[in-house]
Design a protein. Structure first.
Length: 177
């Protein structure tokens, strides 16, 4: 185990990929940052920033994304958090559930207006976004993808004139029933 919590991109275990079963988030489809950006700009997808609130405050928002704090959302959906996730959450379970419920309600509101939605999950490096996409698929939000390389790679595709544009992009969405 490394010194960095697995929920923030550290190594979760020492087993090699060949000796351990594949986790659900490892089977989630990924999309390139360039393609995610283009599809979102065309109104075909919605960018979801799955970092926690404090991370967005410290590192800045993702241009054109909708806040969707993964650990708070997991709490709102009744999933147990690991001790590392709870520490990164930096909130009481009640506050986390409230934040997560608000994020889910906003996502549902945005998706209601759109047809055939694609959901593009972004975190810092692309680790938690796989978990977020797997969670969304498991909860019936069909087309959820992890953006390869996370926000660090995505920011590299940002045109300079849009760096400060933090308005959510209106993107189509399809929620499985």
């Amino acid at each position: 185990m490394t010194g960095k919590p697995s929920c923030l991109g550290g190594d979760e275990e020492t087993a090699t990929p060949q000796t351990r079963p594949q986790r659900e988030e490892e089977r989630v489809a990924e999309i390139s940052p360039e393609r995610a950006r283009r599809l979102a700009e065309l109104g075909i997808g919605l960018l979801l920033d799955v970092r926690e609130d404090w991370e967005r405050e410290v590192e800045g928002p993702c241009p054109g994304s909708q806040p969707f704090p993964l650990f708070a959302v997991k709490t709102a959906l009744g999933h147990r958090l690991t001790p590392e996730e709870q520490e990164a959450l930096d909130a009481t379970p009640e506050e986390a559930a409230r934040r997560g419920a608000a994020a889910l309600a906003e996502l549902d509101r945005l998706v209601q207006r759109l047809e055939d939605p694609l959901l593009f999950c972004l975190c810092n490096r692309g680790e938690r976004s796989r978990s977020a996409a797997a969670l969304l698929r498991a909860e019936g939000w069909g087309d959820a993808y992890s953006v390869e390389g996370g926000l660090r790679a995505f920011r590299g595709t940002t045109p300079p004139s849009r760096d400060c544009d933090t308005r959510p992009l209106a993107v189509p969405s399809r929620r499985a029933n």
